[in-house]
Design a protein around this ligand. Structure first.
Ligand code: F6P
Length: 548
């Protein structure tokens, strides 16, 4: 399907966008708003409880029309259909891409290799729910008969970032009598600090790894097992009460020593960074309970359906994806700032980094030829208002164009005096200041001394999206995450890359495996790296020697 597409630079919409962009660059948001008093309403779309105001972007109606044409010429519609139909669109790994099946309601059908996968998905969800209920109500006991009060998820990448982001985001809904920790880094500090004051008799480890071969996760899991056994009398039977696994690899789980009866499975058609709605979400379900988890899945599903069926002009993920392409490829913007004005979403930017950058950080298209445009922008961000007092200076007055996504909720989960009014006033003020700025004349009219005028000018014309939802709930979080998942898909489709593989992580992993024995060998190893790497290895070994 995709191979029949014209190369990006030959698509009519792409060519039209090139010359159109030159005209749009000369326009200022001040004038666009002045000429069209309804712009704010017109360029706002609502779906699934989310409102996207994209009016403060450097676009005209013509831009949006051309971007939508670009999506069509890039085969977005057939590609969406192919994904939802379970076609193997992850071509380099020959896999279907079906995270949407993870949130499909019971009774629906999504077929992979001739088999409807939805019943299997629900069978795992039911097992997760039964297990979560047992742990939450104290029915599941640890080795010494104590109930579980602490849950430690061990995983990295998609087996960590989704779970930790969701736990933080939905903390308000979590079982407060339980403690949840997340260990990802192979840096021993992560594990040591996570378990520091925990009682092993009350601690459950979830070893989360799609492949169950990931060095960091297995190293942490080994340390967790040693930590547990040391504190529980050394009986290996304790492992069955204190360790469960989430994986697609039953063989490796058993080899590690976890009873596969205590394993929650998923499938190769779930990419790691798209796995938070699979069994990888077990820690989330333990924290918020099966009902809340189901509402989160329903929020995802509603956005999936919106993405699948809504016309592109009104399709939130499509619009956001196309705007990211617009700035990345026609304005040379290198990054997108994601700015949640919601403290509970503090890990959302980190989660998005893997989602977007591992998906679309690619230099070749599906057929292996060099991609003709810049691919994934760098996603980054921090919650507001904190960022305002650190990096917003650059966004307002720096020389780089940083498109921003503001995310906020109309109602707070923690009403406290006028905090929420102040918070929301800042969201609105920031988008206004970025778009409209402050002219030289305005600055002068305030009586600013001439020498200071240039320093106090805000050029404006700095684009932003604002995403608003009623409240942060499991369902609205689901809709928000799915919005970004499908925005990333839209971007990847325009660039024609495989958004579902991640070969770029392999080389470093292989080289590390070569270096580990060189750091640990008793005898001085023969080093055959470059002079810089050789010197660092020697320096490390010498420091080790000095300590022994
Ligand atoms: O190294 C990258 C990666 O493969 C990610 O794509 C994945 O989310 C992460 O490692 C963890 O992999 P696993 O769940 O197999 O341990």
């Amino acid at each position: 399907m995709t191979t029949a597409l014209l190369p990006l630079s030959k698509r009519a919409a792409w060519k039209a966008l090139r010359s159109h962009a030159r005209r749009v660059k000369a326009l200022h948001l001040r004038d666009l708003f002045a000429k069209d008093p309804k712009r704010g309403d017109r360029l706002t779309v609502e779906a699934v409880g989310l409102t996207l105001d994209y009016s403060k972007n450097r676009v005209t109606d013509e831009t949006m029309k051309l971007l939508v044409s670009l999506a069509k010429e890039s085969g977005l519609r057939p590609r969406i259909n192919a994904m939802f139909q379970g076609k193997k669109i992850n071509v380099t790994e020959k896999r279907a891409v079906l995270h949407v099946a993870l949130r499909a309601p019971q009774g629906t059908s999504i077929v992979v290799d001739g088999k409807n996968v939805v019943p299997e998905v629900h069978a795992v969800l039911d097992r997760m729910a039964a297990f979560s209920n047992r742990v939450r109500n104290g029915g599941w006991k640890g080795h010494t008969g104590k109930r579980i009060r602490n849950v430690v998820n061990i995983g990295i990448g998609g087996s960590d970032l989704g779970p930790v982001m969701a736990y933080e985001a939905l903390r308000h809904y979590s079982e407060r009598s339980m403690t949840f920790r997340f260990v990802s880094n192979v840096d021993g500090t992560d594990f040591a600090e996570a378990v520091r004051e925990l009682d092993a008799a009350e601690t459950l480890f979830i070893v989360s790894s799609k492949t169950f071969t990931t060095l960091e996760t297995l190293t942490n899991a080994e340390s967790a097992r040693a930590w547990c056994l040391e504190r529980l009398g050394g009986d290996p039977k304790a492992v069955a009460r204190h360790f469960v696994a989430v994986s697609t690899n039953a063989g490796k789980v058993a080899a590690f020593g976890i009873d596969t009866a205590n394993m929650f499975g998923f499938w190769d058609w779930v990419g790691g960074r798209y796995s938070m709605t699979s069994a990888i979400g077990l820690s989330t379900m333990l924290a918020i309970g099966p009902e809340n988890f189901r509402s989160m899945l329903d929020g995802f599903h509603a956005m999936d359906e919106h993405f699948r069926t809504a016309p592109f002009e009104k399709n939130l993920p499509v619009l956001m994806g196309l705007l990211a392409v617009w700035y990345s490829d026609f304005f040379d913007a290198q990054t997108v700032a994601v700015l949640p004005y919601e403290q509970y979403l503090k890990r959302f930017p980190a989660y998005l980094q893997q989602l977007a950058m591992e998906s679309n950080g690619k230099h070749v298209t599906l057929d292996g030829t060099r991609v003709q445009a810049d691919t994934s922008p760098i996603y980054w961000g921090e919650p507001g208002t904190n960022g305002q007092h650190s990096f917003y200076q650059l966004i307002h007055q720096g020389t780089r164009l940083i498109p921003c996504d503001f995310i906020a909720f109309l109602e707070t989960l923690n009403p406290l005096g006028s905090h929420h009014d102040i918070l929301m006033a800042n969201v609105f003020a920031q988008t206004e200041a970025l778009a409209f700025g402050k002219t030289r004349d305005e600055v002068k009219a305030e009586g600013t001394p001439d020498g200071l005028v240039p320093h106090r000018v805000f050029e404006g014309n700095r684009p932003s999206n604002t995403i608003l939802a009623e409240r942060l709930t499991p369902a609205s979080l689901g809709a928000l995450v799915a919005l970004y998942e499908h925005s990333v898909f839209t971007q990847g489709t325009v660039w024609g890359v495989d958004s579902f593989d991640q070969w770029g992580v392999e080389l470093g992993k292989v080289l590390a495996q070569r270096i580990i024995p060189e750091l640990e060998a008793r005898e001085e190893p023969v080093l055959a790296h470059d002079s810089s790497t050789n010197a660092m290895i020697r320096r490390y070994r010498n420091a080790k020697k000095r300590r022994t």
